[in-house]
Design a protein around this ligand. Structure first.
Ligand SMILES: Nc1ncnc2c1ncn2[C@@H]1O[C@H](COP(=O)(O)OP(=O)(O)OP(=O)(O)O)[C@@H](O)[C@H]1O
Ligand SMILES: [Mg+2]
Length: 156
């Protein structure tokens, strides 16, 4: 599925639509620096009711959110030197409970990170952005359910 995202609000809205079907899963966010990955996560986490600031975990690499119906772990692996470092970040614990892992720069964790249920590819389109959402599992398809049915305005 492709979504045209004319501005940052539209990117947040896409995150909010994903939040409606949120479930334990692994989402990869792929795209260049500034493509809008953190913006999408912000929309998702705010839609789950978190009212604080959602910042990029640039230096901590992971930020946990105690949300319902499951905890959310936002990972930004841009500064991960080696996939093995994921153990030090507590990946085992994150995967030890039903949780949503949403991961920027998943390629940096290749080989250690579990495979994606859903991959969101984000790219520049002039000043706007395009998102392509590609499910890989049943959980990934279920995550897309609400995007498909409730956002005819931003999808084509
Ligand atoms: N659809 C959009 N159209 C225009 N600007 C957008 C859109 N979505 C997000 N932005 C803007 O792009 C900038 C970068 O966004 P963001 O930090 O989410 O990118 P990122 O992919 O997380 O980058 P990084 O790889 O550095 O973590 C922000 O200023 C944000 O408001
Ligand atoms: Mg980011």
């Amino acid at each position: 599925m492709r979504c045209e995202l004319p501005d940052a609000d539209a990117t947040e809205q896409l995150g909010a639509r994903l939040a409606e079907s949120v479930r334990p899963a692994v989402i990869y966010l792929r795209g260049d620096l500034g493509a809008g990955k953190t913006t999408l996560v912000r929309g998702l986490i705010h839609a789950l009711g978190y009212t604080g600031r959602v910042r990029s975990p640039t230096y901590t690499l992971v930020e946990p959110y105690a949300c319902e119906p499951c905890p959310v772990f936002h990972l930004d692996l841009y500064r991960l030197a080696d996939p093995e470092e994921l153990e030090w970040l507590g990946l085992r614990d994150m995967l030890g409970e039903p949780a949503l892992l949403i991961v920027e720069w998943p390629e940096r964790g290749s080989g250690v990170l579990p495979p994606a249920d859903l991959t969101v590819y984000m790219e520049y389109s002039g000043n706007a952005r395009l998102a392509r959402l590609v499910p890989a599992t049943e959980a990934g398809k279920l995550l897309l359910g609400t995007v498909r049915s409730r956002t005819p305005d931003i999808t084509r």
